[in-house]
Design a protein around this ligand. Structure first.
Ligand code: J2J
Length: 564
């Protein structure tokens, strides 16, 4: 059948042949990425986190040892394991261990809470869950252990909870311990070491065509969707991105955005930098204080940000005494970048700007080093690969005339053909000939560059963080005082967009604080809580009877003009 037993939708034979012949796909796995550099230059620094350097040789060997111990624990090829870790050494280590075992990491963001983690466990039948231990170097203060206990209670299939080793009070010892000692097991409220006795079964190298990892989609419908990325398609994604950005073994990439997100993970991000033999510096948050100190100390050459974080960096750069002169390239993407902010990148930070329009489903567009300044300032780039196929269509699915605005459809050598185990969603999210309906409205300039003009999907883009409106609405409808509700994006100077819930009350006057507390108690991540609540007598409807979100947003949009 078209759907592989591991849950991904296969590429048709003719395209497989084309992608292999063109050299996009190679018989490589993500676990292979480290090997070459580890053999050739084992003493080169691979990771820098919390002042601790892990070299290629160490990372490579530790990933193998950790894979062995996880296998002894009973984790096998094909098993799914939810990984929820901040940017830290252990995150990269455990990913490579899973890649080599053929186990499939499900990448949650550190901001996800019970509602999201439960969904991931249910959708994937996960056997394990990996969280930061208390007192970890990147401790955010949130109690992940309590979250894991609650998740385990509701997901009996979750056999193993892995914690990063706690370094509080014993930071010296933890820093010196072998990287594969980086995890402990949470077992009935107690911590236990990973099994180490006996010889672990030698892991069979995974099939390059098999699923390597599951990424979370921003989503358009109520249910979250997972994106199955195979070894060979993601390896191509990394390699081509690294090459386009000119990465090599002298590159130093600062992971400021969450490394669990596609942008910072593989575009080229953490994995692309490692595939090029460079050094990855892991920052537990993207704030300019920490980032600038790391840029100066580690001589960072490249990083990636969303537009709201760029604004923070630009503001801080006017005051900072930090030496940012090593920084050569700054990628900005995830949400629309305003012209004014784009113009300030070179004078303010002393580096080149690259606009990135990407999606975890696949397609990546980048501006190029050789593009004229005007193109870099005013477009979201052009597709990464010669194998990317793009169509811009109207509401009826007909291709628009060149230069006109329409919905972007795409397929190609690193764009998925379907979501993970979601045939009903696939029926509308993909065309019959395998194009992904991005939900983004774009136009293509005469030079082939894309300009993002809006979207048709019901998602609020909160400065790069995606809020699926229907999911939040479903939760709000469970509140006793809410009769009807529509979550709408309204323009915002800092985030580009914020969420506003228009509520028709059943009784009383449900306010923002009360509704936010209600959603938080239901386990929703903070970025999904409405920024604002407006009580209304009725929701405007379109002719077809659907809520007219445009009419709702219009008066609020007029109050805050967007930066174009
Ligand atoms: C406007 N909207 C954008 C941009 C993404 C690199 C960069 C971003 C993502 C990402 C990513 C945009 N201008 N420059 O995975 O590898 C919106 C679009 C898109 C959606 C995808 C990467 N860049 N967007 O943001 O899967 O609406 O990926 O469809 O989180 O973000 O969201 P996501």
């Amino acid at each position: 059948g078209l759907r592989h037993p591991d849950g991904h939708v296969r590429y048709p034979d003719d395209l497989v042949e084309r992608y292999c012949e063109a050299g996009f796909w190679r018989p490589e796995t993500l676990g292979d990425l480290l090997r070459t550099h580890a053999r050739r230059r084992p003493a080169r620094p691979a990771l820098v986190a919390d002042g601790r350097v892990t070299d290629y040789g160490e990372l490579d060997a530790a990933a193998d040892r950790l894979a062995g111990r996880l296998a002894l624990l009973g984790i096998a090829a094909g098993d799914r394991v939810v990984v929820q870790l901040p940017n830290c050494t252990e995150f990269v280590l455990v990913l490579f261990a899973f890649f080599r075992m053929g186990a499939v990491p499900v990448l949650a963001l550190p901001t996800h809470r019970k509602n999201e983690i439960d969904q991931l466990c249910r959708m994937t039948g996960a056997v394990g869950y990996t969280i930061p231990g208390r007192g970890h170097e990147a401790d955010s203060g949130f109690d992940y252990t309590a979250l894991a206990e609650a998740v385990r209670t509701d997901n009996p299939g979750l056999r193993h909870v892995l914690l990063t080793r706690t370094s509080a009070g014993t930071s010296g010892a933890a820093a010196e311990s072998a990287p594969d000692e980086a995890f402990t097991l949470l077992d009935g409220g107690r911590h236990r070491a990973l099994p180490s006795g006996g010889t672990p079964p030698a892991p069979a190298r995974p099939d390059p065509a098999a699923v390597a990892l599951l990424l979370l989609s921003g989503g358009t419908t109520g249910a979250a969707k997972l994106i199955p990325r195979t070894h060979r398609d993601y390896a191509y994604n990394l390699r081509a991105s690294a090459r386009l950005c000119g990465l090599d073994d002298r590159s130093v990439y600062l992971a400021a955005l969450p490394a669990a997100h596609n942008f910072a993970l593989g575009c080229p991000g953490v994995l692309g930098t490692l595939s090029a033999g460079g050094t990855v510096v892991l920052a537990p948050d993207a704030g300019p204080d920490r980032a600038f100190a790391l840029i100066e100390r580690e001589r960072v050459t490249v990083s990636a940000l969303t537009p709201p974080l760029l604004a923070l960096w630009l503001a801080e750069a006017e005051w900072t005494g930090a030496d940012l002169s090593s920084l050569a390239l700054l990628q900005v993407g995830g949400a629309r970048l305003g012209r004014a902010a784009a113009e300030r990148v070179r004078p303010g930070l002393g580096c080149r700007l690259q606009q990135v329009f990407g999606m975890a489903e696949g397609l990546l567009c980048f501006t190029r080093p050789e593009d004229p300044d005007e193109t870099v300032l005013s477009t979201q780039g052009r597709p990464l690969s010669a194998g990317d196929e793009l169509r811009v269509v109207d509401a009826a699915g007909r291709e628009v005339r060149p230069g006109e605005v329409g919905q972007l459809l795409t397929r190609g050598p690193y764009t998925v053909r379907g979501y993970y185990r979601a045939p009903e969603t696939d029926a509308t999210a993909f065309t019959a000939d395998g194009y992904y309906r991005t939900g983004d409205l774009v136009r293509i300039t005469p030079t082939g560059h894309l300009v993002v003009e809006g979207r048709v999907k019901d998602v609020i883009n909160r400065g790069g963080e995606k809020v699926p409106a229907a999911e939040v609405e479903d939760h709000l409808l469970a509140h006793p005082l809410v009769a009807q509700v529509a979550l709408v994006g309204v323009p915002d100077a800092q985030l580009g967009e914020r969420s506003c819930a228009f509520v028709v009350p059943r009784a009383g006057t449900p306010g923002r604080a009360e509704l936010a507390a209600f959603l938080r108690a239901r386990g929703l991540a903070a970025h999904k809580l409405p920024d604002r609540v407006e009580l209304v007598a009725a929701l405007p409807r379109t002719g077809a009877g659907k809520v007219d979100k445009r009419a709702l947003a219009a008066p609020l949009a007029a109050a805050e003009p967007a930066d174009r």
